[in-house]
Structure formats: C-alpha cells, structure tokens
Design a protein around this ligand. Structure first.
Ligand code: HEM
Length: 648
C-alpha cells in the first residue's frame, strides 16, 4: 500500500473521529461547562430524525418525563439548535414578563415557513423589531380596538344565524340519529366571521368554503412538510414531490386570496376617490388597514404575496384556535349537564327565556345575546376560562428565541436556542390548581354562587402580567394580540348556543375527552351531540316528548298515518302520491341511505302543493262529512223516543 494513501487515510479517520465524539452530546454533561439547562443525551442527526418520527403526543409525554427527571427547564437537541423548554409558571413569568424584551424574538424562519410568511413579513414570525412592531400595532389599533370589535357585532349576529340554521337542519336530518357532529359547523362559522373581518364582504357559502379549503390544507399539511426543512438542499431532491405539493398549496392559497384582496382594494380606492359611499353595513376590513402600510426597513408598501401571508395568518390564527376551544367547551357542557344547567339559569335570569326558533328568528333579525348581556354573566366567563385552562388549543406557544445570551434559573439560554413553554402542563399544575384535571368552572368564582351575582371571573388576569397561572394565549410582549376578541367570540357563541339549545349526549356516549394533534390540540373523537331547541311552545314540547322514542321517524310516521287515512276516506290520487313520498322518506330515514335521504325535500314541497288543494276541495268535503256525522248523532235521541213510543 502506498505510504501517501496510509497518511491520507489516517488523517481522514482522525478528522472523522473528533466530530463523531462531539456528536454524542449530553447537555447534562459536556454542556455543563456552558451551563445549558439539563436534558437527555442526544446524537445529532439520529436524535433529530427520531424526534421527527415521533407523534406529537409521544413528544409531549417525552418532554413531561424529562421535566420530571431534569427539572422545570430542560434542553433537547432537535436539529442544529438547542431547544429549551420551560415547564413552570414562575419561570415562564421570569422569562416572558420580567425579561420580556430579551425573550420576545422569533427564530430565523425555516425554508417552508419562509415561503408561507413571505420571508417573515407577518406578525407571528417577524423578529422582535420595527416590522413586527408596525404589523402588530396595525392589527391591535385598527381591528382589535374595543370600538372596532363592537362594530363587528352585526357580523357576529349574521354568523350566529347561519350556525344555528345549520345545526337545526342537521339535527333534523337522517344523520342526526348518530348525533350532530358540530366541529365542521363551528369551523365554518369562524371562517365566515373572520373572512368578513378580513375582506369586508359577506361572502357566499361557496366562497367561504373555498377559503376554508385552501387555508386548512396548508394548516393540516404543515407538519407533513416539516421534513422539507431538515436538509433543505437535499430535501428538495429527495422529497421532490412533497416540495411540489407544498408549492402547489401555497399557489392555490394565492389564487383564492389575491382576487379577494384585489376586489377589496378596489373598494378602498373608490371610497378614497369619493366614487363610492360606504353602505350601512360596511365595516373596516383587515385588508383596508394593510393598503397604506409602509415597511419601515425597506421603505416600501406591502406587495400582494405579503398581504396573502398576513390575511392567511389572520384567518388561521383566529379560526382553528377558536373553533377548537369552542368544541372543547361544548363537549364539557354535554359531559357535565349540571354545569350546562347552571349556565342556562344564569343566562335566562339575565335575558329571559330562550327564544323560539321560528321564521322571525332565522336570519338577520334573530334574537341574540349581545356583548353587554355577556358582561353580566360571571359564570359564563368562568366556563370559558376553565375550558381554556383545561383544554388550551395550543399545548405550546410559537417558538421564541432570545435577542442575546441570557441567564435563567442559573442556566445559560444562548442566542441561537429556540425556547418554548409547556402551556398545557402550566395550566394543569397541581401546586396552583386544586384537582387540575377536573372541569370545574367554580374555581374561577370568588364564591361558589356566581349566578347570584357573586364571583367575577373577569378579575382573573389571563394575560399573566402580574402572575402566570395558565397561559393559553402566551404571555408578555408576544402574547396573542387577539386574546380579548377570542374570549368575546367564545362567550358569544357558548352563551347563544346554550340559550337556544339543550345539548345532551347520545345514548350510551360518555363523551371521550381524548386529544389528538392537528394544527391545534383537538378532540380525538369529535363531539356528537343531541341538540334540541329550548324555545318550544307547550304543544311543541308535548309532541316532542311523545315522539322522543323514535326521534328520527316520528314526523314522516305521522304523515304516513295521515296520508293513509286520507286515501281510505277519499280514495284520492294526491293522497296516494303523498303516501309514496312519505314511505320513501321513512325508508330513507330508517336505512340512512344518503341518496334516498335527499327525497326528504319532497316532503315539504308535496305539502305546499297539497295544502291549497286540501283547502279548496277536501276541506269542504271534510266539513260536510263532519256536519253529517254531527246531524246523525243529534238526531239519534229523537229516534229513541220514537222507539219507546212504539213499544208503549
Ligand atoms: C382561542 C383563540 C386563540 C388562542 C388560544 C390563541 C393563542 C395564541 C398563542 C398561544 C399565541 C403565541 C404566543 C407566543 O408565541 O408567545 C398566539 C399568537 C398570535 N395570535 Fe392568537 N390565539 C387565539 C385567537 C386569535 C385570533 C382570533 C387572532 C386574530 C384575529 C389571533 C392572532 C394572533 C397573532 C397575530 C399572533 C402572533 C403574535 C406575535 O407573534 O406577536 N389569535 N395566539
């Protein structure tokens, strides 16, 4: 063997051994000198790959066990940077509130986030600097200011009308036998509301669904695209199809959102030029506030892609989080009927009995609880807070980083580390909360009799500025800027949904509260509930209780007997046709066959056609038949007299 080959090989091996030894790193041993928070031993690359393969719940339970082993602040090596997790409320307060200016930066965006955020030109991903300040101040002062939030009241009413309508329709459909699956309706309602706040228009169902589709496909696919960030240059070759899919998702997002942005900008332009008067129902939309913004570093206006990123952030941040929280709260109200009853009593004691669901209440003129009513409902506030504590939609905040090396709890938090917080665990800390895993809204009341006007849950500081006890919205300078709006939305929908409907579990269903990770932490088994309108007249209530034994079949069954009677009496061809339709409806309901279920719409139509016919032709006949029978019965005693006379 050539000497040069031996020398070069030895040098290569020596060069490899050092990094290999360095690869086996334990923050608890070698990093001790640097004083990084402790954590498990890790082998870069391999550890990262193992982490990426873990499901979210596996990651969370691993972090919990590290926390038990190493203490409230731990380091895990995922990727090239150390990831530091903070697991107690006191340390979270020290970092986010007392050291807020240092802990409020965001890490450099990974390749996929870079595309989605238009190179960190949105609020949640922008570094702690002038761009972030400008964008965040724009959102808080232009959209989230209390007077502006009030101006969206008609929008909330509109969406509530749609939601109630959808729930009523589904609860009367064939599928209701298995309970109404509410999550899709909640998501749709939140999209409808946020889309209106974003683009200023009441879009139709097709448009809202289109926006929902492009937003959710990106949101739900995001975890799948994480692998693309691992080794981006190689990843683009190895995962070529996935990259293309990702780019395609972003493209379809732009295809749907850009026309909406353009048409809104046209409205703004026309108004500025005085060519268009704002109509009665017009609101200031998020897009309106972006048109004239100028980026401080680059001294230029936002381009369309950046507007897409900001609108997309607005929609995603506000829809999935709120609809997830709403579902968790309603699930607990179904699981614990005594909480629902107490809440219902509070609502009716303030605003009176539930309204009836009639024509008048269906759309814009529908009765609803408004913001002022909600302010007088302390138990409602406690229910919402307890929902957010027990089931925070995000079990972590968005990753933070520090602006410079800093010390926390005697450990070094280096500038390149990502920092996160065990949000769920902080809200479940048994040292802070009594029986933390129980759903007990009363814990937020200063006395246990809030319905009598006691205990204001509004004294509870959800921002954590004085002390952090739970942090579903984060804390400090990066706290969710829309925490107030989100709580209002939750109170508004929970109160109205409980005022309008009684929510009960389906027979045998104990309401499983297991979790599953999507963009937020959602219910593994989405809530299915029996929903019955509370505002019923006495007669409706009687019919309802009579029919409850066969909830999905009683109406068509009634029609069946009615039609059969008509057929027997009048041998009527129309009655025969209705009988056939009713039979089909009955069959469709009992076999839950979707194509047959569509026959149900014939039912009201057939009666609409039949009613005038009945009044014109059949009713006079019925009246004459009844009067004939009456005459018979009235003349009967006279006949008896005659018989007795004869017998005499
Ligand atoms: C129940 C509903 C909501 C929950 C639980 C929630 C929670 C959060 C959390 C945990 C963060 C990260 C905080 C951090 O990184 O420290 C956040 C950030 C943010 N949220 Fe929310 N949020 C909700 C609703 C909304 C709504 C309705 C909007 C907008 C309309 C919104 C807009 C934002 C924005 C823009 C940020 C980034 C803030 C920044 O980086 O400065 N959120 N939210």
């Amino acid at each position: 063997m050539e000497t040069w080959f031996v020398i070069i090989s030895s040098l290569c091996i020596a060069a490899l051994i050092k990094p290999l030894l360095n690869l086996i790193v334990s923050p608890s041993s070698s990093d001790h000198k640097k004083n990084l928070p402790p954590g498990p031993t890790s082998v870069p690359l391999i550890s990262t790959l193992l982490w990426l393969r873990k499901s979210f719940s596996e990651m969370e339970s691993a972090l919990r066990s590290f926390r038990a082993k190493y203490g409230p602040i731990i380091t895990v090596r995922i990727g090239s940077r150390p990831a530091i997790f903070i697991g107690t409320h006191t340390l979270a307060h020290q970092a986010l509130v007392q050291n807020g200016a240092v802990f409020s930066d965001r890490p450099k965006a990974l390749p996929t986030s870079k595309i989605i955020s238009s190179n960190q030109h949105n609020i949640s991903s922008a570094g702690y600097g002038p761009t972030w300040r400008l964008l965040r101040r724009n959102l808080t002062s232009e959209i989230l200011h209390p007077s502006r939030v009030k101006s969206y009241s008609a929008a909330r009413q509109w969406v509530l009308g749609i939601l109630i309508n959808r729930l009523v329709v589904e609860s009367q459909s064939a599928a209701a036998v298995e309970g109404v699956r509410v999550v899709d309706h909640f998501q749709y309602a939140m999209f409808g509301l946020l889309v209106l706040m974003c683009f200023g228009d009441r879009l139709d169902e097709k448009q809202i669904k289109e926006v929902e589709r492009v937003q959710r496909q990106m949101l739900l696919g995001f975890r799948r695209f994480n692998i693309l960030n691992f080794w981006p240059k190689l990843g683009k070759i190895v995962f070529r199809n996935r990259w293309q899919e990702f780019i395609q998702f972003r493209q379809s997002q732009e295809d749907v959102l850009i026309p909406l942005i353009r048409s809104r900008m046209e409205v703004v332009k026309q108004r500025q030029q005085g060519k268009m008067e704002p109509d009665k129902e017009s609101v200031v939309a998020y897009v309106d506030t972006l048109v004239d913004l100028e980026l401080p570093d680059e001294k230029r206006k936002l381009n369309e892609e950046e507007m897409v990123s900001l609108c997309s952030e607005f929609l995603n941040a506000g829809t999935d989080t709120t609809s997830t929280a709403l579902q968790w709260i309603m699930a607990n109200l179904v699981k614990y009927p005594h909480v629902q009853t107490k809440l219902y009593k509070e609502i009716t004691s303030i605003v009176g009995p539930s309204p009836q669901l009639g024509e008048k209440n269906k759309k814009a003129d529908m009765l609803m609880l408004n913001e002022d009513d909600l302010q007088r409902m302390p138990y409602l506030k406690s229910v919402v807070l307890e929902g957010l504590r027990r089931h925070p939609p995000g079990h972590f905040v968005l990753p933070h980083t520090v602006t410079k090396d800093v010390e926390l709890e005697g450990y070094l938090v280096p500038k390149d580390a990502t920092i996160n917080f065990l949000v769920a665990d902080i809200g479940w800390d048994p040292k802070v909360w009594d029986e933390p895993m129980e759903f007990k809204p009363e814990r937020f009341c200063t006395n246990n009799n809030t319905s009598d006007g006691g205990g204001p849950a509004d004294l509870f500081d959800i921002t954590g500025s004085r002390e952090i006890k739970m942090m579903p919205f984060g804390a400090g300078r990066r706290i969710c800027p829309a925490a107030g709006l989100a709580v209002l939305h939750l109170e508004f929908f929970v109160a109205n949904l409980v005022w309008y409907f009684q929510w009960t579990a389906m027979e045998g269903d104990t309401i499983d509260l297991s979790e599953k990770q999507e963009f937020t932490t959602v219910m593994k088994y989405p809530l299915r509930a029996h929903i019955s309108p509370r505002g019923l007249s006495q007669n409706q209530l009687r019919v309802k209780s009579w029919a409850s034994s066969t909830p999905s079949l009683h109406l068509p069954r009634l029609s069946f007997y009615f039609d059969l009677t008509m057929l027997c009496i009048y041998e009527d061809i129309y009655a025969f046709v209705y009988l056939i339709i009713t039979c089909l409806t009955l069959v469709s309901r009992s076999v839950h066959f979707s194509s047959l279920a569509s026959i149900e719409f014939l039912h009201p139509i057939s009666y609409a056609v039949w009613l005038p016919y009945f009044i014109l032709f059949t009713l006079p006949e019925t009246i004459s038949l009844v009067s004939h029978l009456l005459t018979l019965s009235l003349t009967a005693p006279a006949k008896q007299t005659n018989v007795s006379e004869l017998s005499r």
